[in-house]
Design a protein around this ligand. Sequence first.
Ligand code: GDP
Length: 531
Amino acid sequence: MSAELSRIAEEVSHRRTFAIISHPDAGKTTLTEKLLLFSGAIQMAGTVKGKKGGKFATSDWMEIEKQRGISVASSVMQFDYRDHTVNLLDTPGHQDFSEDTYRVLTAVDSALMVIDAAKGVEEQTIKLLNVCRLRNTPIVTFMNKCDREVRDSLELLDEVEDVLKIRCSPITWPIGMGKTFRGVYSLLNDAVILFEAGTEKLVSDIEVIQGIDNPRLDELFPLEMEQLRMEIELVKGASNEWNLAEFLAGTLTPVFFGSAINNFGVREILNALIDWAPAPQERDATLRSVDPKEAKFSGFVFKIQANMDPKHRDRIAFLRVCSGQFERGMKMKHLRLNRDIAASSVVTFMSHDREIVEEAFAGDIIGIPNHGNIQIGDSFSEGEELAFTGIPFFAPEMFRSVRIKNPLKLKQLQKGLQQLGEEGAVQVFKPHNGGDLILGAVGVLQFEVVASRLAAEYGVDAMFESASIWSARWFSCDDRKKLDEFVKALQMNIATDAGGNLSYLAPNRVNFALTQERWPDIVFHETREHA
Ligand code: GDP
């Protein structure tokens, strides 16, 4: 193997790329901060503030950037831990929940699911886990807030298994909760890790007692140990054993209990990500699958962020590197436009050491500034025709019809929506019955963003009105005649999206169920691939 290839292989095997999936308020921001703290990327916790007040959660990391003078962009954080390079991709979750949130999950190799142990499985977690399932992404689970009065642990695991349809293997087990939260018992290591409240606790401060039968435990908790030992026996008997292969297949999740705000349980999670979560894997492209250890560079765009600086119209395309080595200044080919771009101004998202990197490997994310010519799903390579697949658009769940105040601006409106649609900011549907254009999104803020960008960038004042649509489904049918028949019969509900694909706009769930029943040959899809 050449020195170059073995260097690439080495870098790839030391990469971990993951995202945190959670419902708002479960503790994603707190945990992210603690992960950075543990890795040494930031010195002090408590710098991430002001999220709830600000409109865009993307300002969360500005403080850290300022404090450390590093390039911790809001969307991608890179840090080193135990000789590995870890990329943590943000999944916008509060008001800025959007299709981007879903699509980020197509660019990671594993996900960390954070659950508020007082609440259990919540709505947004269900949606995000469903997206992870499209690629069988391995999931690590963290039951957070054990320092509060939380729900029964066995019941929580049952709920995860029932609702999320993934088997749980508890790796640690909580001892007590709320005011009597004592710590966790590690089922794998037969050790008790003692809990002490405090936000600035470091790993070295935490006491570990080896062996569940250790008399020291009886000294510490004379009233609780008998019951705990019984419970552990029960859990051992009743729960799924840890199995790495099943985790990697996405069918089993290791479950850890802890308290992010108290730094408790965070190290175990980081270790699980390093020890168990996969390094970058092969990725499918149209003609072949691409090995991350190949010499030649390739990657795909999964997100486009506009107007990071409102004075400029620049957009940043976020590209996940899939193979080879990216070097600053190299030429790479934008395959859809069949054009070389010189990647001199490409942004990398680096950890604390600024000097090092002008290069990136599979699993890393690079940002390419552009003026709107790059779209979601675009592939880049050193020349070979590689169109990566598996970067879908998702069925929107919120709809608005669009009208303009000044009919003379219709052209600008159409152009604006076309571009914003290609960028993935919103989905645009043109109803076959000639009605107003329909916008579809998965998060309500997407509409606000589109309205303000239409005004600022295209000079269009658009009015959005609620549309009585429950969901949109793309559809297909092997039998061309049947398809035409369907389109003709249900013209009122059919629209074409920005990519020219047919979509069924269902006014409600019942209507959709009936339509499926009446047209058994038509296949409805919740996602569609990039055109
Ligand atoms: P996000 O919306 O998922 O990013 O959640 P945040 O990290 O902003 O946390 C939501 C709230 O839960 C904040 O008030 C946190 O201080 C609090 N929180 C986070 N982790 C814990 C924990 O382990 N214990 C307790 N008691 N509160 C926590």
